[in-house]
Design a protein around this ligand. Structure first.
Ligand SMILES: Cc1cc2nc3c(=O)[nH]c(=O)nc-3n(C[C@H](O)[C@H](O)[C@H](O)COP(=O)(O)O)c2cc1C
Length: 200
């Protein structure tokens, strides 16, 4: 029963399952470091606002599909941005653009930059991960579109191609960074609760 603030909600959506893999990996690493996680697929479940309010830290993650982060996460961020601005927050964007050097950091990835800018979010941690290319999961016109984008951007156009562009060491490094923020906040709450109450 989650009745304290000693857990980390991981709010995400995924169309083809790759973002779930990233969430699972982060959750596994965080659990190994003693942090209870609460993954919530916003495409299937609406989180209990009272439960979220108790969270010490929040993580939001979404992949890009046709230029936009998946609608359930986009809607959650839009509807809760004031609340998110006051939280210790991690934001993650997953997209194929991030496979390219020069577009693979929070400062250089256009999707993540625009997302944070649009909602005026300044998360404690932001990360961008290259997604997974798998033509077999696309319908015929999606295949053609992705193939065209790959042709223009120098990626694989062979319809048998399956490529995981995620740097899993970067995922593990993010888990350590999250754990660092989380435990510092935990310490502050026990040693200086008035300060923790005012910190975002
Ligand atoms: C139909 C389709 C459209 C996509 N559109 C974009 C896009 O506009 N920009 C981009 O960088 N990546 C795009 N991607 C890549 C996805 O973001 C990437 O495959 C990601 O790993 C998907 O995550 P998911 O498996 O959690 O849904 C697209 C992928 C698909 C299948």
């Amino acid at each position: 029963m989650l009745d304290s603030n000693a857990f980390l909600p991981m709010l995400y959506a995924s169309h083809d399952g790759h973002t779930i893999k990233i969430i699972d990996r982060l959750a596994m690493q965080l659990e190994a470091m003693g942090i209870d996680t609460l993954p919530i697929d916003l495409g299937r479940q609406t989180p209990d606002p009272e439960l979220l309010k108790k969270a010490r830290m929040v993580l939001v993650a979404a992949p890009i599909r046709f230029g936009y982060h998946l609608p359930p996460v986009e809607a959650f961020v839009r509807d809760n941005r004031s609340w998110l601005r006051g939280r210790l927050l991690t934001v993650i964007s997953v997209n194929l653009t991030a496979r390219k050097a020069g577009k693979n950091t929070p400062a250089t990835n256009p999707y993540l930059r625009k997302w944070l800018w649009r909602h005026k979010l300044s998360p404690a941690l932001a990360a961008v991960f290259g997604g997974r290319l798998d033509y077999s999961l696309c319908c015929w016109w999606e295949k053609r579109m992705i193939q065209l984008i790959m042709k223009i951007t120098g990626g694989p156009t062979n319809l048998d191609a399956v490529v995981d562009y995620t740097d899993w060491d970067k995922v593990d490094a993010l888990a350590f960074q999250i754990a660092g923020f989380y435990t510092r906040r935990q310490k502050m709450e026990s040693e200086a609760p008035w300060q923790a109450a005012n910190a975002s």
